[in-house]
Design a protein around this ligand. Structure first.
Ligand SMILES: [Fe+2]
Length: 488
């Protein structure tokens, strides 16, 4: 083959010097091109990873991840420059079972893929993995897709088994498809990605044969397969939910999702190190102009108010001081934690109001910020955890509270469309504007004004991408209105 290549290369040289190339020369030129491409491919064999996606990390850091069953990581190239192998983040492994999960029936977590990664070079316009384009960070973030609580719940300890085989009753694939069609510049997942903790009971056709446990196959079923189009649409910011805490799907979280370097002490493999792994330090992601996101890990929080004796209390106090530091660099800060602090809980009887904020976080945050729970620079707080949509604006100085947890996991109850005047979310928090939906869906956040401190429009959609509610957001206040489709 090499001889043929050299011969055709000679013909190529002749062609360059020939004023009128003949037919034979053209034929040999084509052959040369073919052989050249074969030789090139043999030098850099292109592997086909299971999945490639882009994680927006702290600051300007953007990471391309590839999951592959091959023995080595795939190649990556930037702006048509020379290819190189991606770095290995985590090797394939089956870590020893932790033994501290609430589910009685468990199995080893098999991670039978390499997690590979490559840092996006500052200024690079195009990235390719194994010869295919990957989602590139945008110069300007104009449209953000917001989703949360997406996986299919299979949990024996609560005897809850969502019909994972029914795309209407577990609609995350439809949500992801509709959201991808809106061409976002960034996707934010507000946590609780993995829900398949227990095997589907015998005789339950609605979830029969569903993959389960904490290994790669369950992550594929809950995230990588249904979200394939949305993962290909734009970089993602991931917020960690309680389902991704160390004693649940934390090992997969750190292998596949977490935006920082993978280390054994931040892997959730050893329960003795959970105090480090379950409290990731907050970080900021610039959005546009004078606005940034702040990502906060609340995965380990419990439901009851804490005291200073609780480990979490000290950790969250320290981390909120870090958040306050981060807010100093931008005028507008969108704080994101999986658990909401100011929310309405879903109920079975719609006439009964119940606050839905996390009392443990409230107890820690109020110790530092008794007036508004958040540092002054936080204008919007975004959350998941509660499986519905809420947008709440306050007369008091509290930031707008958005709950965006209705993107796939089983709906847990209803919320009133109009808040009773007597409703109290938290002492001192006086509601000015409120909108809510109890059905599945997702939201977008569109930047309306490129000026610093400019306005945003939040839109809540049905799973099919029909806009239902719009909320104009400006300087920490929101005003929502139903769109005609909802009232038809
Ligand atoms: Fe949650």
């Amino acid at each position: 083959m090499l001889q043929m290549y050299l011969v055709t290369k000679t013909w190529l040289a002749k062609l360059i010097n020939a004023p009128f190339p003949d037919c034979r020369t053209w034929t040999m030129l084509g052959l040369a091109a073919l052989i050249h491409s074969v030789c090139f491919a043999q030098s850099f064999p292109e592997l086909a990873p299971e999945l490639v996606f882009t994680v927006q990390a702290e600051g300007q850091n953007v990471i391309v991840r590839a999951l592959t069953r091959d023995a080595t990581c795939p190649t990556v190239s930037w702006d048509e420059q020379q290819q190189r192998r991606m770095d290995l983040r985590a090797a394939a492994a089956t870590p020893a079972p932790r033994g501290d999960n609430a589910q009685k029936v468990t199995k080893p977590s098999v991670f039978d893929v390499l997690t590979c990664e490559a840092r996006w070079p500052i200024g690079a316009r195009r990235g390719r993995v194994a010869g295919k384009d990957v989602p590139a960070p945008r110069d300007q973030i104009k449209r953000i897709v917001l989703i949360g609580d997406t996986g299919c719940r299979m949990k024996a300890s609560e005897n809850t088994f969502q019909p994972c085989n029914d795309p209407v009753k577990w609609p995350f694939a439809q949500v992801a498809q509709s959201a991808a069609a809106l061409h976002p510049d960034l996707v934010i997942h507000l946590g609780d990605i993995h829900y398949r903790e227990s095997p589907c009971p015998p005789g339950n056709a609605a979830c029969a044969t569903s993959r389960w446990g904490y290994g790669f196959d369950a992550w594929q079923a809950d995230l990588f397969e249904p979200a394939k189009l949305l993962l290909a649409a734009a970089p993602w910011v991931f917020v960690r939910g309680n389902h991704e805490s160390c004693h649940r799907a934390g090992q997969g979280w750190f292998r596949f999702i977490d935006a920082k370097i993978w280390r054994e002490d931040r892997s959730c493999n050893a329960p003795a190190l959970d105090e480090q792994a379950d409290y990731s330090a907050p970080y900021a992601v610039p959005l546009a102009g004078d606005t940034q996101l702040i990502v906060f890990d609340s995965s380990r929080t419990q439901g009851k108010p804490m005291t200073s004796k609780d480990v979490s209390y000290g950790k969250y106090l320290q981390q909120m001081q870090q958040v306050a530091q981060l807010t100093q660099s931008k005028a507008e800060n969108f704080f994101m934690s999986h658990h909401p602090l100011l929310a309405v809980a879903p109920v079975k009887d719609i006439s009964r109001f119940k606050p839905g904020g996390n009392e443990a976080l409230q107890s820690a945050f109020s110790a530092l910020y008794p007036e508004r729970l958040f540092p002054q620079g936080v204008s919007v707080a975004m959350h998941g955890h509660v499986h519905l949509f809420e947008a709440i604006s306050f007369k008091s100085s509290h930031p707008i509270s958005l709950v965006l947890g209705n993107s796939g996991s089983a709906i847990e109850g209803l919320v009133p469309e109009v808040l009773p005047s007597s409703a109290k979310l938290y002492p001192g928090a006086e509601v000015d504007d409120y909108a809510a939906r109890s059905e599945y869906g997702f939201a977008t956040l569109d930047r309306l004004d490129p000026k610093p401190g400019g306005d945003w429009m939040l839109t809540e959609y049905s799973i099919h991408g029909v806009p239902l509610i719009e909320c104009a957001i400006s300087h920490g206040k929101s005003r929502c209105s139903k769109l005609p489709a909802l009232t038809r």
